[in-house]
Design a protein around this ligand. Sequence first.
Ligand SMILES: [Mg+2]
Length: 313
Amino acid sequence: MKPENGYIFLIINTKAGPSSEKLVVKKFIEYLQQKGFQLKINHTESLPHAQSLAAEVAVKYDCSMVIVAGGDGTIREVAHGLEGSDKPMMIIPCGTENLLANELGYKTTLKNIISIFEAQVIRPLDLCKANDKFFTSVGGVGFDGDVVKLVDAQRQGNITHLHYFWPIWKTFWAYNFPKITVEVEGKIVFSDRGLVFFGNISRYALGIPILQAADFGDGLLDVCVYKCSNQATLLLHSLMTVLKSHRRRKSVFYKQCKKIKIYSETPMMTELDGDPGPQLPLEVTIIPQAVKVLVPPQGKPVGMRTRIFRIFE
Ligand SMILES: [Mg+2]
């Protein structure tokens, strides 16, 4: 990437993230300016605004790339806005969980961000769609939909991992495991009490490898359904997932596919990339190679140990 390739468009959600990450954004901007790049800097606090900024610049011939600093929500909206564009998107992770950035192998240090920018390794990223909502990473129905709803209700500005503790605790004891039906490519594959996860990245919150086989650029969705009717079974499923042994279990359905339908007679909450999702029934599809994304050279998903340590840093 050279300054003569065109200007760099930055979309920054300053509301997201701790101050250490804001400092990385500031220092990285200084680095780009020192290198002689022309920058167009946009601050945003709203998700629709982030999307419309990205959609506008997607067709600007004199823009060379888009850099988005924010959490999973901001990154998702920018990816949606850039759908079908040839402009590469680079991330400066500034959220609580940074699901997509962690999957791509991003770290949050200035040194790492600069090395990703300089290497210019670009890979296609698929986008997922649930009804009319786009998402990049993971969606869920039921249990984690309830957790996200509780977190969202108490949300004021930046959230931390601590904000998830009581919602998970409350949901764990209150959840009654309604029956849910899952169709894959038009065939019913599950109709029982259970939890459903679907998406395009291998590691969920804290790096838990629920969709263990997922690849963000293979044109396929991964779906994982846990048969589960009580708290003890949920704990066992969680343990087996952490140990990466869940896919071998008889009570777990796992598949790669292009289309999923999920419905239930009981009203249930859904979540997409950690934000509240649409109501059931849900139809989930994938848009292959929708966006180009900068990835760290030899980047691989950040594991659970690193992510847990980061919480206490
Ligand atoms: Mg995939």
